[in-house]
Design a protein around this ligand. Structure first.
Ligand code: ZN
Length: 63
């Protein structure tokens, strides 16, 4: 008897690639568009380019 986990069936190339693609969507960086200036920023962060968050200017951005 095998003492370690052994897959019962070989995973097809297509199944393997589908699984890897699913993982990459979870680990890929999520970016949203800033509602004020349209910059690509992570969600729930103050926009570093215009300083807006939730429709208000949070940071003073020096031009
Ligand atoms: Zn912005």
């Amino acid at each position: 008897m095998a003492k370690h986990p052994v897959p019962k069936k070989k995973v097809s190339k297509s199944r393997r690639d589908i699984r890897r693609a699913a993982v990459s969507t979870l680990t890929a960086p999520t970016l949203i568009k800033c509602a004020n200036c349209g910059a690509q920023i992570p969600p729930h962060t103050v926009c570093p380019s215009c300083g807006y968050y939730g429709g208000k200017q949070i940071l003073e951005i020096e031009a």
